[in-house]
Structures are given as C-alpha cells and as structure tokens.
Design a protein around this ligand. Structure first.
Ligand SMILES: NC(=O)c1ccc[n+]([C@@H]2O[C@H](COP(=O)([O-])OP(=O)(O)OC[C@H]3O[C@@H](n4cnc5c(N)ncnc54)[C@H](O)[C@@H]3O)[C@@H](O)[C@H]2O)c1
Length: 385
C-alpha cells in the first residue's frame, strides 16, 4: 500500500520516515518548497546517523530514503491506500485539503488527520465520504515515540477504524483508542502536570526549580514541568492549554495561567529563544531548588493527585479504557507509572481525601473530585485487582 503524507514539517517528515521504514512507498507533499527541502535534508541526516551509529546498514537506509517521494502537491495521490494529513492546525485549511483530496484518491483510501486539538468529526464533516476519515495522532518525534492515539469520529466506519489501527500496529507502534474529545487522552490527562505546577508557583509555594525537583526526584518524572514547558515551547504549550480550555466550554479545571501567557507574550518561549522559566544564556545563574522534603512531597502529592483525578475522569467519561489511559501516559509522555495504577498504590480513599482537602481550601470547581474516584472509595474498589 502506498502512503500519502501532507505537510512535511516536524510531524509529517517523522511519519514519512516511520511509514517508509515499515516498507511503504511514501508520497510526502508540502506546498512550501523550502519546508520540503528541509524535510529531505533532515531525513537524509537522520538515516545517515542511524547508519553511523550501527543501528541500520547503509543499503537499508538508502532503500528507506528511496521509498520517499517528495512533491509539492497531492495530484499524484490517486494510488494511495492511506493519507495522513499533518499540516497547520487550522480547521478551515484542513477541511479544504480533505475536500480537494477526495477528488483525487480512490473510494477506499483512508483519510487520516494527525491533528492534536481539532475534532475528527469536524474534519470528516467536510468530506463526501466521512466514514473513511479517522484521527491518527502521533507524538513528537514520531520515529521515537511508540504511542499513537487512534481516534474514530462518530462518522468513521468500523472497517476503516480496524484497518487504520492494524496498519499503525504493523509499523511497530503501540496504538490506543481514544474518543473524539478535546486533547484525546494524553493532551487531556497531562494538563494538570503544567497547570497545577503553574498554580503552585503563582501562589508562591515554591520557585520553579523546587517544583521541578519535587516532580523529578520525589515523584519520579523524567523532566520537571517547567523544564518540560521550556522544552516544548511556552508559545506552543500555552496555545494547547487555551484550546483545550475553550473546547471544554471553559471548564475551570483547564484554565490557562497568566504566568505562561505573559511568558508567551514576552517571547520567553523556552530553550528555543534562550529564555523561558529558566535563563539558558551562557553563564546565566538560575535560582536553585530549595530541597525541603516536606514541601517537595506536598508539591508532588498535589500535582500527582490532580493527574490521577484527570485520568479517573477520562475513564469515567469513557474517553478510553483504563489500560489505554495508563499506556498512553507511560508510552506517550514517559510517565513513571500509569496514573490509575498509581491511584491504587496511593489508595483511592487517600486520593479522594487529598482532592477534597484542596477543594475545601479553594472552593474552586477546578479541584472537584471525579465521581468515579468518590464512588470507588465508597465501594472500596481499586482500578486493578
Ligand atoms: N509538533 C507536535 O509536537 C505535534 C504533535 C502531534 C500532532 N501535531 C499536529 O500535527 C500537525 C502538524 O504539526 P507540525 O508540528 O508538524 O507543524 P509544522 O508547522 O512543523 O509543519 C506543517 C507543514 O505543513 C505545510 N503545509 C501547510 N499547509 C499546507 C497545505 N495546504 N498543503 C501541504 N502542506 C501544507 C507547511 O508548509 C509545513 O511545512 C498539526 O495538526 C499539529 O497539531 C503536532
């Protein structure tokens, strides 16, 4: 099967590498010739590096590169069996691309979007055959991140869902099934990792280095929230937060923070601009962590409880199965443990008590405990036996 990819940016070029490595001939299209050239250079560099490191032999790398055809439009996509769109995150532009694409591809070609925040139903809604549209959400960088969220729209046929999932599984990826709701699994459940950390910082409980220390050294995450936001880019992370907030009809649980908005407005995007929560310029001295165990534990407990609440609520609202929710967070964003498994270890009653303490203090809807956790605590249930 030939695979078409539209958009050769960070995601499109990575997905092209994955599909070509799995043996497909890939048509990689981008309307911007510079972006296409950049993708070509980048792919060649990555494949060469794999050869240098001894992870791949030279003929294999050459064969993979030889299977990717670079093009400025998708008029040759007629013989593709699957097209994955990875262009700019704009609904009108995506809808227009899908409408034009339908005039070129065959009837049984699956049309997928790699969107992070738009509804798959809204993209499918612009198509003549909405039953063939599905969400296939890769994580950045696509060749390295094992997780892929598969998102059927209400219009998607079971056959298309099965075929697209089977295809991505055959590429060596780990697929999870997510309901077509804002942020799908990962970008929804992960919100408190940033949001609650920012809230703790805004309240003056601790500085950013201390919160990062608590989340890495005490809670066991690979990167602290502020280091991670500086890595992702405060501009990018802020927009995702704002989009999720708006998409949830302004549920206070997802409210963005002024701290991050100001950083974004000031151009303090993080590593890429040399300044974010931390100053990355040469010789800069950043305030260090104040390693007080009690404060650190309180910070870690608060953020982890909010993450668990979000994961439990995602399960409560049938966004995904408990297995997929735990897999998504461990394989998609490298969490040290599945959040529902973590809830069992802490104890469901303890999780509820921590959330209720926060709610009692703040009286904000943001801290409302998921009905599922409350019900489970009452019935003395656990997520896993
Ligand atoms: N960057 C991430 O971490 C990430 C992760 C998962 C999903 N996504 C999603 O993937 C999509 C792409 O994101 P990205 O980060 O790769 O963006 P990007 O800006 O790096 O690349 C987008 C590319 O699409 C091209 N393009 C724009 N309009 C086009 C059109 N009409 N036809 C063909 N090409 C067109 C642009 O020239 C650009 O090269 C978005 O929907 C985004 O939400 C991004």
């Amino acid at each position: 099967m030939k695979v078409g990819i539209i958009g050769s940016g960070s995601m499109g070029s990575g997905i092209a590498q994955v599909a070509a490595t799995a043996g497909h001939e890939v048509y990689l299209c981008d309307t911007n010739p510079e972006a296409l050239q950049k993708a070509k250079d980048k792919l060649l560099k990555i494949l060469n590096r794999l050869v240098e490191k001894g992870r791949m032999d030279d003929p294999t790398a050459k064969a993979i590169f030889g299977r990717i055809y670079f093009m400025n439009d998708f008029k040759n996509f007629g013989d593709t069996g699957l097209v994955i769109e990875a262009i700019i995150e704009n609904l009108e532009i995506k809808q227009s691309v899908f409408t034009k694409l339908e005039e070129i591809v065959s009837e049984d070609c699956i049309l997928a979007s790699n969107t992070s925040s738009l509804s798959i139903a809204s993209i499918a809604g612009a198509c003549k055959h909405p039953d063939r549209v599905v969400g296939i959400h890769f994580f950045n960088p696509a060749p390295l991140m094992k997780l892929v969220e598969i998102i059927p729209a209400i219009q998607t046929s079971q056959e298309v869902l099965k075929k697209s999932r089977d295809t991505i599984d055959s590429w060596g990826k780990l697929t999870v099934l997510a309901k077509d709701t804002p942020g799908f699994i990962v970008n929804r459940v992960a919100r408190p990792f940033y949001g609650e950390a920012l809230r703790i910082y805004e309240e003056g409980v601790a500085n950013v280095a201390t919160i990062d220390w608590a989340m890495t050294d005490i809670a066991g995450f690979r990167m602290g929230p502020f280091t991670l936001m500086d890595y992702i880019g405060n501009d990018v992370n802020y927009v995702v937060t704002e989009t999720v907030f708006r998409s949830f009809y302004y549920d206070p649980r997802y409210r963005p923070s002024f701290t991050q908005q100001r950083l974004s407005q000031a151009g303090y995007h993080g590593r890429k601009t040399g300044r974010g929560y931390y100053d990355y310029s040469e010789g800069a001295e950043n305030p260090g962590a104040i390693k007080d165990e009690r404060t650190g534990e309180a910070i870690a407990d608060r953020i982890v409880s909010m993450l668990i609440n979000e994961a439990a609520d995602a399960l409560f609202l049938k966004i995904a199965t408990k297995k997929d929710i735990d897999l998504a967070m461990t394989k998609g964003v490298n969490y040290p443990k599945g959040l529902l498994q973590w809830a069992d270890e802490i104890g469901i009653r303890e999780c509820v008590a921590r959330l209720d303490d926060l709610y009692d203090l703040y009286r904000e809807d943001r801290y409302r405990c998921s009905p599922l956790l409350r019900k489970m605590a009452k019935m003395k249930e656990t997520f896993y036996k």
